[in-house]
Design a protein around this ligand. Sequence first.
Ligand SMILES: [Zn+2]
Length: 204
Amino acid sequence: MLRPTMTSPTPSVLNRAATELERIRSVPKHDGVDFPRSCVQILRTLPGNKTCMDCASPNPEWASVTYGILVCTRCSGRHRSYGVHTSFVRSITMDAWSHIQILAMLEGGNGQLKRFFDRHHMGNTSTRYNTKAALFYRSNLSQHVQAVSNRGVYKGREASRQEHAQQVKQQQQHQRQSTAQKQTLEESTTRHLSRQQQQVIQVQ
Ligand SMILES: [Zn+2]
């Protein structure tokens, strides 16, 4: 059992959020619902989410669902100008949301993207969302969110990350096993061949 950290939601908030998410799972994407209350509670506690991702203004009310980040009204306008494929902007308070979009917000977060941009030495420029690195981040997040959704009832970020790490480990193990099997097969083929060659030499 994980000990809740400073930013982890309490188990009851997490349970309520999971119920909210299950309730809206079957709502068609274009209908959507208000951002559920317990999900908002979790969203507000994610590292970095108390200020705008781009200009650090307090209490951002807009989101770029593409990156799972929160931005202020002014920066949301700039994000809109990037186009919906680069940054899809929604209001936390006024727009309707789908199951997968809410999951993207709960699995993303300003702190996480900031760390990613820092690692790539991308500073705080408006062009950073139009880079290959940003494309990598958004496609990764989208794949991750789809996987979290497919796993069933939401168990929170830490559980998602643990399950993801476990999956990667299993994949690596599987890869190592198949490489070892391939090597064994190659070795026995080589042995078999060299025996055949010896026989050929003997026959000659
Ligand atoms: Zn801003």
